[in-house]
Write a protein that binds this ligand. Structure first.
Ligand SMILES: *Cc1c(COP(=O)(O)O)cnc(C)c1O
Length: 340
């Protein structure tokens, strides 16, 4: 395993992305605070460049390329936001980029990635192994592979979102972070342990893809089939070696959220905070809503990870009635017993 990043790497990343990444706003809402019974601070990475926190890790990683790497270019595989983040960062830094993307990725994500000037290689996410495909292309053409989460520079870059949050609002009692492959969560853990050591750190993943929870419980990385969930940014099949190493050491627990809970959270974001958040970006807040009774009177951080969702899909998700389950399965009761 390569050397895991530390908080010093998060600080170095913050300097590298300064002036390129946005320092995103932290939103609060009296209505949300009243609903949860806590002080909730939303770090809004839906306002980040290209619409998600992934710009932080991608730009940090590409900034460290030497001349030879810059000439040969970067390659990555991604379900969307990491692709756009690499494409935009490469564009800014003048590095050629190749992206291995699922052919059924949201149209807006495919279009945005192409729009940043990257070359796209499409694959079938249910039958082909994107990591193998990416590695084969990288070796064949001398390009540097920057994976979406299991990379020290990516993790360190993602950690800057939490660094900014805690520097802005002060120490927290609990921090909730969406969990896919764990780049955002492990980076958040590094920043939190340095800046708010007593804060409890929770990852939140889609209920249909609870490999992170099972890995956390069993102590070794669990692999699953691509989960079927509206949280397309967290349809990962397993945690990374580096991310799992940090998560098992620093994270307090992992929760899950159902697709219905994500839609409910999305609705609150739209109506109360007036912000567009993609389904994956709703994971952390969905868990906070479910756990409200345990968070009473606390200072709670929520990372809102991104806002990239096709408008048609957004409207369709929001206009479903509460009774109608978004995945077609029966909706699970919202009780504490069904927490995991
Ligand atoms: C990638 C992504 C995640 C998950 O991040 P990981 O680092 O893979 O855990 C969550 N939300 C959004 C919007 C994303 O793009």
């Amino acid at each position: 395993m390569p050397t895991p990043p530390t908080y010093a790497d998060v600080e170095a990343a913050a300097e590298r992305i300064h002036g390129h990444a946005h320092r995103t706003p932290v939103l609060t809402s009296r209505r949300v605070d009243a609903e949860i019974g806590a002080s909730v601070f939303f770090k809004c990475e839906n306002f980040q460049r290209m619409g998600a926190f992934k710009f932080r890790g991608a730009f940090n990683a590409l900034s460290r390329f030497d001349d030879e790497q810059r000439r040969a270019g970067v390659i990555t595989f991604s379900s969307g936001n990491h692709a756009q983040a690499i494409a935009l960062s490469a564009n800014i830094l003048g590095i050629p980029a190749t992206i291995v993307m699922p052919h059924d990725a949201p149209a807006s994500k495919l279009a945005a990635t192409r729009g940043y000037g990257a070359k796209i290689v499409e694959y079938d996410r249910y039958s082909q192994d994107r990591e193998e495909l990416g590695r084969a292309l990288a070796t064949g053409q001398g390009m540097t592979l920057i994976p979406p989460y299991d990379h020290a520079d990516v993790i360190a870059g993602q950690g800057t979102a939490t660094k900014e949050l805690i520097e802005e609002v002060g120490e927290l009692d609990a921090l909730f972070v969406c969990l896919g492959g764990g780049g955002l969560l492990s980076g958040a853990a590094l920043a939190t342990r340095a800046l708010s050591p007593a804060c409890r750190i929770y990852g939140v993943e889609p209920e249909a893809g609870d490999d992170g929870l099972r890995s956390f419980r069993t102590g070794s990385i669990v692999h699953i089939d691509t989960p079927v969930t509206i949280a397309d940014g967290a349809q990962t099949q397993h945690l990374g070696e580096l991310t799992f190493d940090i998560i098992r050491r620093e994270v307090d627990d992992i929760y899950t959220a159902t697709d219905d809970e994500l839609v409910d959270a999305m609705r609150v974001f739209a109506t109360t905070l007036k912000i567009v958040v993609e389904p994956t970006g709703c994971l952390a807040f969905a868990a906070v809503r479910r756990l409200a009774s345990e968070l009473s009177g606390q200072r709670v951080g929520v990372i809102v990870s991104g806002g990239n969702v096709d408008l048609d899909r957004y409207v369709a998700l929001l206009s479903r009635s509460d009774q109608e389950s978004v995945t077609g399965s029966a909706s699970t009761p919202n009780t504490k017993d069904s927490l995991r």
